[in-house]
Structure formats: structure tokens, C-alpha cells
Design a protein around this ligand. Structure first.
Ligand code: CAA
Length: 388
């Protein structure tokens, strides 16, 4: 299907996927998004439905109950879902990219039976526990330890900012077997939830994506069977990095969805609201602003799709996915800011969605690696590409 991909016409199967996600998001998510946001509700029922539609296992092989779409399919689906409800988009994107795809890529057959199959169509959500209070950007500095005791690893430490942490049914938890080894001492462990020794920190009270619950994991002698190590001891850092290449595509797609939703509401408002005897869309200041918004969204979407296509062609896409995330997240912040400006007072109150889009956009510049990290990643690769 990728061979017939062009920027003008998506393959039929992706158009169908896009339509299905659009219909679900506009009918089932958009109407409830304000309440989910205001009350901080996790949309369990809607996640179950999304799972039944194959959207919690977008790229997982059919063999494991997945939908087996490409990364481009993932980008298209996440954009549409985030357009309807960005908090739900966060759950879908992080579960797919940082849990299901990770287990699918690195798990053994036995691990997939336990940790992948029950997470494809049931609505069970998986988590990715990498960051710590003092090690978010500097992954090799994590301090959660894993000590081998006969056939178990014993995990101790605290993981922060775990998306879906409070509702997740399993997590990939990263810990170090020897801090001296820095990134070479990190391993990834599959842990069912709940599990003895693991408790949850308080639910974070977030600026945006409030339908997506975030908390920390406190690990006190959590015993993990040796057979639950993903890959080998020492592989954890690279497992996380390679997976983040994909997750950044998902987060960038979420950002494009938020931006598109903001542009849509801005155009709708601007063509109806009148000042000085005509719709404000006919005032040049507003029309130029709409054009600027549209340009940034379209450019970001192309970068997201390019990174996804490279990923689908099994080419390295580290630089491109960082570029997509940087561009799309800043586009989302710019566009949602501009949407509020166009809506004026109506942009500032929760009767209209623009203020929520603005709050939701900000996370895309933060999670999955803050923008400054994306710039460092891109800078390193650009210098290497020039032979230095
Ligand atoms: N693919 C494959 N290998 C990679 C890689 C990639 N994308 N990035 C690095 N590596 C390899 C390097 O080649 C190197 O390999 P060797 O040991 O063989 O030489 C090794 O990994 C170490 O690489 P670096 O020296 O570049 O590592 P570093 O310590 O300097 O860190 C970093 C690099 C880019 C800053 C990295 O730490 C990073 O990406 N930080 C941000 C982390 C992040 O995105 N966190 C978000 C967590 S998820 C989250 O937000 C929660 C959620 O639920 C959404």
C-alpha cells in the first residue's frame, strides 16, 4: 500500500481508516470532550469501543489480534481521534506507540501471549514507565534499580509521568542493573498491573489532556520474573530510543489533530462573527492569520507523514520523527493561540473549545521528549550527515 502512497491520494485502506476514525471521533468523542476535560474523566467505555474497532492495536500484526496498519495509518488515526478529543488521543497514541508496538517488536512469543494479545481488542491499556523525577531528558541517569535474586529481578524506585498509569493493566518499566554502566545497564521489564510492591502516586492535576490519567509508580521490592525482561539486560536504553522514534510520530500526529481542530473552529467562528459590517474572516488581519495557521498545520502534517513513511520502509527515521514532533507541537501551540485570538472573549471561556485546545497543545511540546531534546537529536544527526 505504501508504494501507491502519494501526498494527494492515500491508499483506499487508509482513507477507510481515516473515515472510520473521523466518524467515531466526531460523533462519540467530540461531544463528551468538554466534560472529560472539566471533570478529568478517563473515557473507559469509548476506549473499549476504540479497541473493538482495532484502534488500540493499530500496527500490531493480525496474528496477535491487531489491525496491522502502517505507521502512516497510525498517524492518520491518531490525528482524527485527537481532533475529537485530545486526551483520548493521548491514551490511544501512547498505548499504541509505547506499549503495544514495543511488546510487538521486542517481545518473545510467550511474552506476547501474556502482554500483547489481551491488549489488542479488549480495551486493556498498557503503559511506558521510563521517566523519573530527576531523569526525564537524561534517560541514562535513571536510578530505579533491578537486582537479580535467583529467578526474579527485584525493582525499587519511583517512575514519574506515567501516561495511563492509574488505569493501565500492564507496564514496560525501565530500571538499571548497574548505575555505573549508564545507558548500557538499563533493562526493560514487563510488569502486570496491579502487582505486589507497586503503588500509585497521586493523579497529576494537569493543564491539558485531562481525560488521560497520569501518575507515578512507586516500586518497593517489586518482583519480576526473569522471563519478563524485554530483550536482554542492557538493551533497555536502545529499546526505549527506537520506540520513541515511533512515539514521536504519534505525538506529532496528535498535535496536528489539535491544530486542525483549532483551525476548524476558528474558520467557523470567523465566517459567522461580524465586525464593521462584514464577517471577520473578511478582515485581512484575520484572513492572514487563518492562512498562517493552515500553512503550519499542513507543513507539520507532511513532516509527520514523511517520518511515518520512512518508518514503514524500515528506514531510520530518528531525525525525521524528531523534526515532525518539533514542528507539529509548535504548530499546535501557535495555531491554538491564534484560534483564541480570533475568537476573542469566546476563545477565553470554556463555552467554546479553543481554550481547551490551547491547553492540550502544550503537552505535545513536552512529553515524548521536550523540544530542546528533539533539537539536540536533530543537530547531532545533521552534523553526522555532513561527515563530522
Ligand atoms: N535509535 C537507536 N539507537 C539510539 C537512538 C535511536 N533513536 N538514540 C540513541 N541511540 C543509541 C546511540 O547510538 C548510542 O549507542 P552506543 O552505545 O552503541 O554508542 C546509545 O544509544 C546512547 O546514545 P547517546 O549517547 O546519544 O545517549 P544520551 O545519553 O546522550 O541520550 C538523548 C540521548 C537523545 C538525550 C536521550 O536520552 C533522549 O531521547 N531523551 C529524551 C527521553 C524522552 O523522550 N523521554 C520521554 C519519555 S516517554 C514519556 O514522556 C511518558 C509518556 O507516557 C508519554
Amino acid at each position: 500500500s505504501l508504494r501507491c502512497f502519494s501526498l494527494h491520494s492515500l491508499p483506499d485502506e487508509l482513507v477507510s481508516l481515516q473515515n472510520m476514525c473521523k466518524t467515531f471521533a466526531q460523533n462519540k468523542l467530540k461531544p463528551i470532550a468538554p466534560r472529560l476535560d472539566k471533570e478529568g474523566i478517563f473515557p473507559k467505555e469509548q476506549i473499549n469501543k476504540l479497541a473493538k474497532l482495532g484502534l488500540m492495536s493499530i500496527c500490531v500484526p493480525k496474528k496477535w489480534g491487531g489491525s496491522e496498519y502502517s505507521a502512516l495509518g497510525l498517524a492518520i488515526a491518531v490525528e482524527e481521534i485527537a481532533k475529537g478529543c485530545s486526551g483520548t488521543g493521548a491514551t490511544v497514541s501512547i498505548h499504541n506507540c509505547l506499549y503495544a508496538d514495543l511488546v510487538s517488536r521486542c517481545g518473545t512469543e510467550k511474552q506476547k501471549e501474556q502482554f500483547l494479545k489481551p491488549f489488542t481488542t479488549t480495551g486493556n491499556v498498557g503503559c511506558f514507565a521510563l521517566s523519573e523525577a530527576d531523569a526525564g531528558s537524561d534517560v541514562s541517569g535513571i536510578t530505579t534499580t533491578a537486582r537479580l535474586e535467583e529467578n526474579h529481578y527485584v525493582l525499587n524506585g519511583t517512575k514519574s509521568w506515567v501516561t495511563s498509569g492509574s488505569i493501565g493493566k500492564a507496564a514496560v518499566i525501565f530500571a538499571t542493573v548497574d548505575r555505573q554502566l549508564k545507558h548500557k545497564g538499563i533493562a526493560a521489564f514487563l510488569v502486570p498491573l496491579p502487582t505486589p510492591g507497586l503503588s500509585w502516586g497521586k493523579l497529576e492535576d494537569k493543564l491539558g489532556i485531562r481525560a488521560s490519567p497520569t501518575c507515578s509508580f512507586i516500586l518497593e521490592n517489586v518482583r519480576v520474573p526473569r522471563e519478563n525482561v524485554l530483550g536482554e539486560i542492557g538493551d533497555g536504553f536502545k529499546i526505549a530510543m527506537v520506540q520513541l522514534d515511533k512515539a514521536r510520530i504519534g505525538i506529532a500526529a496528535q498535535a496536528v489533530g489539535i491544530g486542525q481542530a483549532a483551525l476548524d473552529v476558528a474558520v467557523q467562528y470567523a465566517t459567522h462573527r461580524k465586525t464593521f459590517g462584514k464577517p471577520i474572516s473578511e478582515q485581512q488581519a484575520v484572513k492572514l492569520r487563518l492562512a498562517d495557521m493552515a500553512l503550519r498545520i499542513e507543513s507539520a502534517r507532511l513532516l509527520v507523514w514523511r517520518a511515518a513513511v520512512l518508518h514503514d520502509e524500515s528506514k531510520k527515521c530518528t531525525k525525521e520523527s524528531s523534526m515532525a514532533k518539533w514542528a507539529a507541537s509548535e504548530a499546535a501551540t501557535f495555531v491554538t493561540h491564534a484560534a483564541i485570538q480570533i475568537l476573542g472573549g469566546m476563545g477565553y471561556v470554556s463555552d467554546m473549545p479553543a481554550e481547551r485546545y490551547y491547553r492540550d497543545a502544550r503537552i505535545t511540546e513536552i512529553y515524548g521528549g521536550i523540544t530542546d531534546i528533539q533539537k539536540l537529536v536533530i543537530g547531532d544527526i545533521v552534523i553526522k550527515e555532513h561527515g563530522y
